[in-house]
Design a protein around this ligand. Structure first.
Ligand code: 26M
Length: 822
């Protein structure tokens, strides 16, 4: 039979137009006369998907023929953002399509806007996974992203009376044109029950796991095309379904309702994404989700492997698995089980393979965020895996005792089981022991991992530790989201930077060029106008595009200190109240971000922002020189409107708490200046752009440690700093709460008497640097120069650089060129 392959002319306007009409007619059953925006979006998406599928078939056939090593990214979360625009960009047809729409009087943006994004993640970690898939394809690296197809992704956020309300994310309700359902690619996953050991025919002991239930994982594939290449990889997401036999069993007993019930219980597994990131919460269903992902993915890899190889002896030469945090760490044990129990491979050989296959990325230092499962819960869900963990641990601790004779506390600290009180399985320890490489996500984070969180492992295996500073894709976060800046940059240095971000350095020579500066400012202003319109439409608030857009968008967390930003707003407000004629730099302070539904303080901070906004925005004394906006429902789609419009990027976490941050990179790439602490990747951003182009404030990690060791007393800062005292007193008085002194009491008390995140200690230096940023903004030439230099020096923060480092140091994989065949 004949496979229809991709060819150069599948991107003609003629062929695209023909397919679009056909899809509208034959897939959606609509004539162009009655088609809605949604219909046309859908027909167009199918048209584009066809081009991707052709490239993907070419790609997968080349991988098979050349027996390449494949990277498997294991992640419980992905935040890819809308696909259509990105695929048009990567196919190289965005401009022609946009013009074609314009010629018939239509605006492509309206159609792109129809797409509902897959919100299959919480924040940074899920978005990083998506950036890495983009870079893997662009760098022509054979790769599969494995994840979960949650029916309901991260909730949509609405703000009601200043509070966050959560709305179910029904992203699949209008059908998803980007995925291919593969009912034939399905695996059974066992859960619960008990294990029995008995001898086989040759007298060898074999373990039999009698599960309490079995669910089926079905594959849904989304093609991931690289930029300007023919490589098309895949994101394979698993959906849980009931296995057929359950239907039959119940049906035979005539128990129809039980059969349906069984179906519902099974499908529950991938029903919803847990919307909390940190701290860790040990929910049974979450553990089942994690295991389900790992088991499906590993069974899939083994099936693919045995399709082309006689046995699993060289498995590690064909596959590299990256664990995106510990969420998929149970796969270390699952691979051991599949090799030892199901394929009778000797333990030592299986263990050798396992360690060569896996590597582990840590994304957090917060001790309360580290995953640890209570032993009884673990035993209930994964009885066989617990036995295997005990055996891994027994062997591991034997080697530890040989290395550190007599040091029992060392062994207790390294153990996979926390036995200091109630017993827990420590997933980070499992990931370290089961991997050949462990990496942090910024230079500072990696150093802190080595000296604190994973110190004992670093002493044991220093050679396993790497730093790979995060990166972001310049395709989505500049070329796609900021077309004006892209056009301006291209007019000076061409477009090679899209694939080699270090090329942006060529912009340095125009940093002081008055015409270029003028154009640079015009681009920013146009982007700010666009955001101002969106703000007006979504919140009703009018903001002045000439004012400084000072933005903090990220998940709400006390360590990220959105409330420190609020203390600054109240400081400015008090200054204006005292002297309404005061000359200040007009500012629009914009917030965005979701709070975990059960995180009381984070929700209260949203209410605080809204309440301060309400007072400030309508106070005639302020006279529009200060505006505060909470932009609802921060997600990838909204992010693409927000980063290009920023003047100032707020990256103000307590030093030592933010592993890397990636929003910091997206802002700077779009020419925003940063006000930030020496935390996460801020440190490296400042190094790259130059300290003179970065507004630094706050205590360092060492100072934070020292202050805490001395017995930190936040109240002393309240007593000794008059301005801070006025801010706190105003907040306490109920001024922002219609006189209610109780509403923000938990926040105020936490600041005065607890202040784990040192807001009080960092307040003064934050205010001083904000003042400096405000003054600098008035010097248009200086600010523009700094802005250009920020963009020009962001080369390091491309996810392409990060992926190249993973390829070279951790995965040992090389590109595979994919030809386009006629
Ligand atoms: C865990 C258990 C149960 C339910 C949810 C979770 C969970 C989900 C997401 C825990 C953590 C999650 O994400 C953490 C995260 O996003 N970390 C961020 O990772 C980024 C990419 O490396 C870094 O840039 C950020 O600094 C880091 O906070």
């Amino acid at each position: 039979f004949i496979i229809k392959e991709a060819s150069d002319n599948d991107l003609d306007m003629e062929s695209l137009g023909r397919d679009l009409n056909e899809n509208l007619f034959y897939y959606l059953g609509k004539s162009p006369l009655v088609a809605t925006l949604q219909d046309i979006y859908h027909a167009f998406a199918l048209t584009v998907r066809k081009r991707l599928l052709q490239r993907w078939i070419n790609t997968s056939m080349a991988y098979v023929k050349q027996k390449v090593k494949v990277v498997c990214y294991f992640s419980a979360e992905y935040l890819p953002g809308p696909h259509l625009g990105n695929n048009l960009l990567n196919l190289g047809i965005f401009p022609t399509i946009s013009q074609a729409f314009a010629r018939v009087g239509a605006n492509l943006d309206y159609f792109l806007d129809q797409e509902e994004e897959p919100g299959l993640g919480n924040g940074g970690l899920g978005r990083l996974a998506a950036c890495y898939l983009d870079s893997l394809a662009t760098l022509e690296i054979p790769a599969i992203g494995y994840g979960l197809r949650y029916e309901f992704g991260i909730f949509d956020q609405e703000i009601r009376d200043g509070w966050q309300a959560e709305i179910t994310d029904k992203w699949l309700q209008w059908d998803n044109p980007w995925e291919i359902h593969h009912p034939e690619i399905a695996y059974e996953v066992k859960l619960g029950g008990c294990c029995q050991t008995h001898p086989d025919r040759d007298g060898r002991l074999v373990v039999h796991w009698h599960p309490e239930r079995v669910v089926k994982g079905v594959a849904y594939d989304t093609p991931i095309l690289g930029y300007n290449v023919n490589t098309c990889n895949v994101l394979r997401l698993w959906k849980a379904e009931a296995i057929e036999s359950f239907d039959f069993q119940a049906f035979n007993k005539g128990d129809y309702y039980d059969a349906v019930d069984e179906k519902l219980v099974s499908e529950n597994l991938t029903k919803v994404l847990y919307p909390n990131d940190e701290p860790f919460e040990g929910k049974k269903l979450r553990l089942e989700q994690q295991y389900f992902l790992c088991s499906c993915a590993l069974q899939d890899m083994i099936r693919l492997h045995l399709h082309f190889a006689p046995n699993l002896g060289d498995f590690h030469e064909s596959w590299a698995v990256q664990l995106n945090d510990t969420h998929p760490a149970i796969s270390v044990v699952e691979l051991m089980r599949l090799l030892v129990d199901e394929r009778q491979i000797p333990w030592d050989q299986a263990w050798d393979t396992t360690r060569k296959v896996f590597s582990y990325t840590n994304h957090t230092l917060l001790p309360e965020a580290l995953e640890k499962w209570p032993l009884p819960l673990f035993a209930q869900v994964l009885p066989r895996h617990l036995e295997i963990i005990f055996e891994i641990n027994r062997r591991f601790l034997d080697s530890v005792r040989l290395r550190y004779p007599g040091d029992n506390s060392k062994a207790a600290r390294l153990s996979l089981i926390d036995e200091s009180g109630d017993r827990y399985v420590r997933m980070a320890h499992l990931a370290c022991v089961g991997s050949h490489a462990i990496n942090g996500v910024s230079a500072l984070h990696t150093e802190l991992l080595k000296s604190s969180t994973l110190q004992d492992f670093f002493e044991l295996w220093p050679e396993k530790f790497y730093n790979i500073t995060n990166g972001v894709t310049p395709r989505r976060f500049l070329a796609l989201s900021n077309p004006r800046l892209t056009a301006l940059i291209n007019s000076k240095i061409g477009s090679d930077w899209i694939k080699d971000l270090y090329k942006l350095r060529q912009l340095e020579e125009f940093a002081e060029d008055p015409d270029f500066q003028q154009s640079w400012r015009e681009v920013k202003l146009a982007n700010k106008r666009q955001l101002a319109n969106a703000i007006k439409a979504r919140t009703g608030i009018s903001v002045d595009p000439q004012s400084m857009f000072d933005i903090q968008v990220k998940r709400l967390h006390e360590y990220k200190r959105q409330h420190l930003n609020v203390l600054h707003i109240i400081t400015l407000y008090l200054r204006l109240k005292k002297d309404p004629t005061l000359e200040i730099t007009p500012r629009t302070i914009i917030f965005g971000g979701k709070a975990a539904p059960g995180y009381f303080m984070a929700r209260l901070i949203i209410k605080l922002i809204s309440s301060v906004a309400e007072v400030v925005n309508r106070d005639p004394d302020v006279n529009d020189r200060l505006k505060v906006v909470f932009f609802p429902n921060f997600n990838v789609k909204n992010a693409q409107k927000i980063y290009p419009a920023a003047d100032l990027s707020q990256q103000i976490s307590t030093a030592g708490k933010e592993a890397s941050g990636t929003g910091n990179m997206k802002f700077a790439l779009n020419g925003a200046l940063t006000i930030g602490t020496l935390d996460g990747a801020n440190v490296e951003i400042r190094e790259e752009v130059g300290p003179e182009n970065f507004f630094l404030f706050g205590h360092t990690v060492e100072e934070v440690q020292y202050i805490k060791a001395q017995g930190y007393n936040p109240y002393l800062y309240y007593q000794s700093n008059e301005h801070l005292r006025e801010v706190i007193d105003l907040l306490r008085s109920g001024f922002f709460a219609h006189g209610d002194r109780d509403l923000f009491r938990p926040l105020v008390e936490s600041l005065l008497y607890q202040d784990d995140y040192l807001l009080m200690a960092d307040y003064q230096s934050y205010i001083e640097r904000q003042d400096e940023a405000g003054m600098t903004f008035l010097d248009k030439k200086r600010w523009t120069r700094m802005s250009i230099l920020n963009t020009a020096r962001m080369g390091k923060f491309s996810s392409d650089r990060a992926i190249q480092e993973y390829c070279q140091h951790i995965w040992q994989v090389k590109p595979t060129f994919i030809e386009l065949q006629d």
